[in-house]
Design a binder for this molecule. Structure first.
Ligand code: AMP
Length: 341
């Protein structure tokens, strides 16, 4: 019997609850320090205890998972803690397309896929000396916004970079990615694409709450000016958002363009959950600064189903449950190979 496995962090509760509801055995690869937390949840059938998540690369653990016909659901923690090579080397079947995760982690590849999908993007800035407008400086991979900073010109860039290096937040030889800052309402658009039906589903929207950039708005400018701290964009939590209905058509178009682009350049394409992340400006024009090629933690706000999924399903459907449903349908149709890599 197939089981559903994931790493104990990020959205694992949602994923395994959804899997349980769909009748699967559930397995959590759990760091020892979090065992107590996860034992609280009865829908987790088995915990595989590790010291570090990277132990999932060990043959022994992979064998354990394979013996139980496990399908591994990738999420942000897998990407944040392992290199693309390591993820690609995992021989346990991974839900969706494990090859596309590299395109999420590598900034140059990411930009290429977004361009292929004709997503409107903020202009990248190649060299610090070319900074003319306000920019945001990012790190590689799914760093969760930690160590990101804003800069108005080259001097500002150097000062802040040096400060973060001396504080040990970023390292000296790290390649940073510079992009024009896009101001507006943040919106993280969550989708699911099923290679079984060939259909794109729009699941929901979330907003991220990021410390300490968000806390800045609560401090009067006088105090802000005196502060020497470089504010970071570390994600603390998420909250729901619904969009003006007039924006939905464009949302679907962007999602479909992304799916088509992924099919062309990274086979077998963007299967399963993904997210397009960006900002709506004063003319409701969307600029996308990111994508995530797997389930995002922002879907955790809809564990009981999202507003948009209540229009598509006559039942409560979380993203975790949607993933498990896809596995179930694929099994019934004998098409598992279409939904895993
Ligand atoms: P990311 O890792 O690209 O998702 O960025 C983390 C956070 O930085 C986002 O959630 C946004 O708050 C912010 N951010 C990233 N890129 C931009 C941009 N080009 N303009 C404005 N804010 C951005």
């Amino acid at each position: 019997m197939t089981s559903i496995a994931t790493l104990g962090s990020h959205c694992s509760l949602q994923v395994l609850k959804g899997a349980k509801d769909e009748g699967f055995k559930t397995i959590l690869v759990c760091e020892k320090k979090r065992e107590k937390l996860y034992r609280r949840f009865k829908f987790i059938d088995e915990l595989i205890i590790v010291e570090k998540f990277s132990e999932i690369l060990n043959q022994e653990i992979q064998e354990k998972l394979k013996q139980q016909d496990a399908i591994l659901i990738p999420h942000g923690t897998l990407i944040a803690q392992m290199s693309s090579e390591e993820i690609e080397s995992i021989t346990v079947p991974i839900f969706g397309n494990k090859w596309i995760l590299r395109w999420e982690s590598d900034r140059t590849m990411k930009e290429k896929l977004m361009r292929e999908a004709t997503l409107p993007m903020p202009k990248p800035v190649t060299e610090p000396k070319d900074i003319e407008k306000l920019v945001i400086v990012k790190r590689q991979g799914a760093a969760g916004g930690k160590g990101y900073f804003m800069a108005a010109n080259e001097e500002d860039y150097n000062t802040k970079r040096n400060q973060l290096i001396s504080e040990g937040v970023i390292s000296k030889d790290e390649t940073l990615y510079i992009q024009e800052y896009a101001a507006g309402v943040l919106a993280y658009l969550q989708f699911f694409y099923s290679p079984l039906t060939g259909e794109l589903e729009f699941f929901g929207v979330d907003q991220r709450h990021e410390s300490d950039i968000e806390g800045l708005g609560r401090i009067p400018s006088e105090q802000q000016l005196k502060s020497k701290k470089v504010p970071s964009f570390n994600v603390i939590g998420n909250s729901p958002l619904v969009l003006r209905e007039s924006l939905l058509d464009e949302v679907y178009t962007m999602g479909e363009n992304f799916v088509e682009a992924a099919k062309r350049i990274v086979s077998p394409g963007m299967n399963g959950p993904f997210c397009i992340e960006g900002v709506y400006d004063e003319n409701a024009k969307f600029t996308s600064f990111e994508f995530s090629a797997r389930i995002v933690a922002g879907t955790n706000i809809y564990m009981d189903g999202s507003p948009y999924y209540s229009l598509l399903f006559n039942e409560n459907m979380s993203m975790g449950k949607r993933i498990a449903r896809e596995v179930k349908i694929a099994e019934e149709k004998n098409e598992i190979e279409k939904i895993v890599t």
